[in-house]
Write a protein that binds this ligand. Structure first.
Ligand code: IDP
Ligand code: MG
Length: 148
């Protein structure tokens, strides 16, 4: 079963969009298996975004993601990575389709509300940055027979 990491970024937390974003993703049928609020420090931000080190926007990205609290959670289910990315919308809110989180709530690429892992491999390493194995909760949902 696939897992993916979602971060509700500081702009979305400040704007009171946390609940809406969780709700949109939860309603797909994906299962929340870990969740916490935290304030990322510089070291965690640098590791999480290490693939972007050296790019023009890297310093702004690290300073933005550490500028306030975020909500991190892991979603589990078939195609969790792809389904989450689809609901988030493309990186630039100006290009993101209506009905997506970024398309509905954002206007600026540097303030695009949400992070979602872009592959299964990335998801596994990103979940490991935010959650210890004991923080991933294993449980059954009786509704799963209506989702799968
Ligand atoms: P993603 O979040 O859709 O996976 P990435 O290309 O992985 O997009 O970029 C990571 C984050 O860096 C984006 O969510 C966005 O906040 C920021 N970012 C990406 N490209 C730019 C840019 O050209 N200018 C400013 N910020 C950018
Ligand atoms: Mg990315």
């Amino acid at each position: 079963m696939e897992r993916t990491l979602v971060l509700i970024k500081p702009d979305a937390v400040q704007r009171g969009l946390t609940g809406d974003i969780i709700s949109r993703l939860e309603r797909t049928g994906l299962k929340i298996v870990a969740m916490k609020m935290l304030h990322m420090d510089e070291a965690l931000a640098q590791r999480h975004y290490s693939v972007h080190r050296g790019k023009a926007f890297f310093d702004d990205l690290v300073s933005f993601i550490t500028s306030g609290p975020i909500v991190a959670f892991a979603l589990q289910g078939n195609n969790a990575v792809e389904i989450t990315r689809k609901l988030m919308g493309v990186t630039d809110p100006a290009k993101a389709t209506s009905g997506t989180i970024r398309g509905d709530f954002g206007i600026d690429i540097g303030h695009n509300l949400v992070h979602g892992s872009d592959s299964l491999e990335t998801a596994s390493s990103e979940i490991g940055l935010f959650f210890s194995p004991e923080e991933i909760v294993s449980y059954d949902r009786s509704l799963d027979v209506w989702i799968y």
